[in-house]
Every structure is written in structure tokens, then in C-alpha cells.
Design a protein around this ligand. Structure first.
Ligand code: ZN
Length: 182
């Protein structure tokens, strides 16, 4: 039943992403969504993150499903290039926004070039349309960025649309919400 809600800017290379990470952390702490002190409350990395705080109840649709009683309940901010996809039942489908055809297979293969930073873009092999890989269409939301905000165990609680919109406004860039269920 483990789950994550991940907010990812729809941009491969966020300029000054370390600064953006600090800005967003300060905003989340100010709203009391997470605690400002690092603690061991996350999976992955070194397990360190910012634990859930009372204000989290105001930013989700189902506050009773928040992981207050869980050990893994915090926010981990990733500041290196990373690929975020749903885990269970992920179909690796993607569509071209120009010709509207299915390009999932070549797109996910192209991540071998994207991940080391050789490119930010993907080119549709069917029509030649090129854009940041985040500009393609994903029925199951995915994210590809050097910045990501992983909320550990928050998947069942569901962020409100207003919170996601406020988050994007504060970050000054559209974000995609990736839901991961293990
Ligand atoms: Zn195309």
C-alpha cells in the first residue's frame, strides 16, 4: 500500500534548480505542510527528508489518509536529473502532441540519451516534431526533470487542485503530479 505523490516541473532542466528547491521548501515550511528540520522519514537517498506537519491537512482532499502514523511520511527533494513514472501497471505509453500518434516505445528508449543529459528533447519519429520531453502527452502522468518533490506516503490523500496550482505559481513553472504506487 506504499505510495508517493511527486510534483515535478514540466521542464528537463530547471534553471537554478537548487535555488528553486530552497524557495519551495521555505514556502512549504511557512505553510506548515512539512517540518523544516531534516529527519529520517523517507525512502531512497540517505532516507533524510522533511517530515509531515499539521498544515498538510489543508492541502489534500482526504486528510484522514495522510501518513501521520507512518515512519515514512516526509518530503524528499531531488536535485539531480531523474525520471518519475508510475510503478505498478505502468504501460509506457506516450503520444505526440503534433501528429497525435503513439510514440511510447521510442520515447522511453530515448531516455538513455536524456538521463545523462545529452539532450532535453525528444523528436517524434513519425512527424519530426521536437520538444522538451515533458511536452509530449502522457495518459499516466510522468515527469522528467533535475528537480522533483517526493511526498512519501501521501498518494492516497490526493493533493487539492488549488494546492498544485499554488505550488506551480510559486515555482513559476507548470508542474505535473506523478502518482506512484508500489
Ligand atoms: Zn508526431
Amino acid at each position: 500500500m506504499a505510495s508517493q505523490s511527486i510534483l515535478v516541473p514540466q521542464l528537463s532542466t530547471v534553471p537554478n534548480h537548487e535555488g528553486a528547491a530552497s524557495l519551495m521548501l521555505r514556502w512549504l515550511v511557512h505553510k506548515n505542510v512539512v517540518d523544516g528540520q531534516l529527519s529520517t522519514c523517507c525512502r531512497g537517498g540517505n532516507g533524510m527528508g522533511y517530515a509531515i506537519a499539521e498544515g498538510a491537512r489543508r492541502v489534500v482532499r482526504h486528510p484522514d489518509r495522510l501518513p501521520f502514523d507512518e515512519k515514512l511520511n516526509g518530503l524528499r527533494i531531488v536535485t539531480h536529473r531523474c525520471i518519475y513514472t508510475p510503478q505498478k501497471g505502468f504501460l509506457e505509453e506516450a503520444g505526440c502532441p503534433n501528429c497525435r500518434r503513439e510514440v511510447g516505445e521510442p520515447l522511453f528508449e530515448s531516455l538513455d540519451e536524456w538521463y545523462p543529459g545529452y539532450t532535453n528533447n525528444f523528436t517524434c519519429p513519425l512527424c519530426g516534431f521536437e520538444d522538451d520531453i515533458n511536452g509530449f502527452l502522457f495518459l499516466q502522468p510522468c515527469g522528467f526533470s533535475n528537480l522533483g518533490f517526493i511526498f512519501e506516503g501521501w498518494g492516497e490523500a490526493r493533493f487539492t487542485e488549488k494546492f498544485v496550482a499554488d505550488f506551480a505559481e510559486r515555482l513559476d513553472w507548470p508542474v505535473r503530479q506523478v502518482e506512484v504506487h508500489f
